[in-house]
Design a protein around this ligand. Sequence first.
Ligand code: GLN
Length: 308
Amino acid sequence: SVVPDYLTEVLGDVEPDTSGEPADYIPELAAADPDRLGAVFATVDGMVYGAGDIDTEFTIQSISKPFTYALALADHGFDPVLAKVGVEPSGEAFNQISLESDTGRPYNPMINAGAITAHSLAGSAELTPPERVQRVVDGLSAFAGRPLTMDETVCASEMEHAHRNLAIAHMLRSHDILTEDPRAVVDGYIRQCSVLVTTRDLAVMAATLANRGINPLSEERVIPEPVVRQVLSVMSTCGMYDAAGDWATQVGIPAKSGVAGGLIGALPGQIGIATFSPRLDRHGNSVRGVSLFERFSADMGLHVMEVP
Ligand code: GLN
């Protein structure tokens, strides 16, 4: 296949760009090697192509958000989830402390307020906090097609500096959007963010979304089709936070970024794409990841608004 050669070439083109900084509000993330760079394509018929650092593990961070939202929808149905988390782009930073003024709901499940709420809705309502974390890790593992583990060091590091997420969770509790102990929910959400993945795993997870909810490698159905449509729609409007409009016009692929430097895109019926490069722009999106996706979209005509 010519795909690995193409990926190697494009990685080489973006490699000299060392602009941006790795996230440092989670001290342990600042310790990561900022020069790592990788990209993987996983097709809906089960082919996986990669170049660069495709087997290096890093924490999934916010890329867990669409998948946990999917689990909440699959476990509870749409109405109870929509009653607690909206689907409107906030146009704000991922960690903005804000809720819809009339309903008290978080704007969408891709910003932290909505993601913390979605975490609380994964699995049945009776689960204990550790059981809920297990439901999420098992669900993320099904998307990846292998058992995933957690980085306890990154998790402890984020928990020590979680004041902002705790503030968000307490605000959600005051509006009865959260009904449990806010501290326990934030602890579970941070554990969810600390799940370790490779670029290859992320591409397979994205390909599962692209493939109607069926993992193209394990062939397991992970979530129902209506949930896939909901999740991809929200990714396309909210996945890149306050850069979502730039992304929608320049790249045009439903996507989600994480502060450890991962980035995924899912093109329905075609392909899951993942990139990894830890230096971030001011929105918290990977600098070289965004460049890679701009190239992929332009070179292969992947923009969803273009007729192939
Ligand atoms: N765990 C991080 C947080 O809650 C995830 C943020 C992100 O990846 N954008 O702040």
